[in-house]
Design a binder for this molecule. Structure first.
Ligand SMILES: [Mn+2]
Length: 408
């Protein structure tokens, strides 16, 4: 998995342009984390490292230097394969393979990193990635730490976050693939949705179908929650039996070439929307459609949030779901959307966006009413363009008649 080498090369060039003269950037792919004895947690590479290299293995370092004249050089460092580890867990990438993926010409083994770093002259500013998680930050050798003493250290995270917020053609294609695979897997799930099954059967079926359809895995742990537990936003126990006359709230997504789909749908366990569940579903669907239309260039995330609140207040009251003086925050207590990309909640340090062409944002209004024991969320992934919003997940069923027909 990875996009074209020129994509990563361009990203590095764009980053280099943002840097001042006389600085170096040090990025690290991450380390394997021990789970217990000789078992390790599944490794997940640093997304900023991936964005600049396309590489997904542990213990890789990228060193970029912009000298006092503004000349940029880049070099990649890899762990050397040792024959015993190769026998047990397989070989890691060799320099020529890593070079082919990343379009980085100079590739060496890790011990050279310390040497190269310590021999840098006239470089006073060092950029590190301070994006969480902390346990993935690079641990420097003592010599390197000595070399860096009295130099200025900066965070490269915000610079890369600014770039990642705007999606390029190849990234949108990857997101579309992730969404299309999510659709296929969701349809398999929907065909098998019935009362008396367990929530985890639905989650497992989705996860199996996603892999089968060609994704490398999940964008995030699948949420499959029925009935009254659906008022818990990130419920991932998924162990209840699904009852008749309840809804199943699904929040899930496939990951493709590193890019995440993030889709929510709320389906009737027994194939029919009835009673208060139907009323509430209609309200959420109406609000969602109206909000998608509001995803126009120039709109502010804060305004969109306020507008969602107002729409819900008005519609929930007129549908008889809540009393007039009810605080809507009791039933709608999350954001209308977030940026989507290599991370599901992409580019953490930038949440107050002005919507701009090239951004991909989720639109996910939801209501959660304790009194009725219901939670409903509908989420699509929206590309902002000059011509207005483009719903990348428009083919995933959400109209009542379509869903009921599909399940019958
Ligand atoms: Mn989301």
């Amino acid at each position: 998995m990875s996009l074209s080498p020129s994509f990563y090369k361009n990203n590095r060039q764009n980053l280099a342009e943002k840097l001042e003269k006389g600085c170096a950037v040090i990025l690290y792919s991450g380390r394997e984390i021990s789970q217990s004895l000789d078992a390790v947690y599944p490794f997940f590479y640093d997304n900023n490292f991936y964005y600049l290299t396309g590489l997904t293995e542990s213990e890789m370092i990228l060193l970029m230097v912009k000298d006092q004249e503004g000349k940029v050089s880049e070099k990649l460092y890899l762990e050397e394969n040792d024959p015993l580890t190769v026998k047990w867990v397989g070989a890691k990438m060799e320099p020529e393979e890593a070079s082919a993926v990343s379009a980085i010409q100079e590739v060496a083994y890790l011990p050279e990193f310390t040497e190269d770093l310590c021999s840098l002259e006239n470089i006073e500013i060092y950029y590190f990635d301070r994006t969480p998680p902390k346990h993935q930050s690079l641990a420097l050798e003592e010599e390197s730490a000595d070399h860096l003493r009295n130099k200025s250290a900066k965070d490269v995270g915000p610079l890369i976050a600014d770039m990642r917020l705007y999606k390029q053609k190849e990234e949108i294609d990857a997101l579309q693939q992730a969404i299309d695979i999510t659709q296929v897997a969701l349809e398999t799930l929907l065909k098998n949705l019935k009362p008396d099954k367990k929530e985890f059967e639905m989650a497992a079926l989705f996860e199996y179908s996603v892999r089968l359809a060609g994704a490398e895995g999940l964008a995030f742990p699948t949420i499959a929650v029925s009935g009254k537990h659906a008022t818990v936003l990130h419920y991932i126990q998924n162990n209840a039996t699904m009852a008749e006359n309840t809804l199943l709230l699904l929040d899930l997504g496939a990951r493709y070439d590193g890019y995440c789909a993030d889709i929510s749908r709320t389906y009737p366990v027994d194939g029919r929307y009835t009673g208060v569940r139907k009323t509430a579903y209609e309200v959420v669907l109406e609000v969602q459609k109206e909000m998608i239309q509001s995803y126009q260039p120039g709109a502010e995330m804060k305004e969109l949030q306020n507008k969602t609140r107002e729409l819900f207040s008005e519609k929930c009251f007129s549908a008889g779901l809540i009393p007039k003086d009810h605080d809507i925050e009791d039933c709608y207590y999350h954001g209308i959307g977030h940026s989507l990309g290599l991370d599901v909640h992409d580019t953490k340090d930038k949440r107050d966006y002005t919507l701009t062409p090239g951004m991909v944002l989720t639109c996910e209004p939801g209501i959660y009413i304790q009194e009725h024991g219901i939670g409903i969320r509908i989420e699509d992934d929206i590309l902002i363009t000059e011509e207005g919003p483009v719903n990348l997940s428009k083919n995933i069923v959400k109209e009542i008649e379509e869903i009921e027909a599909f399940m019958s």
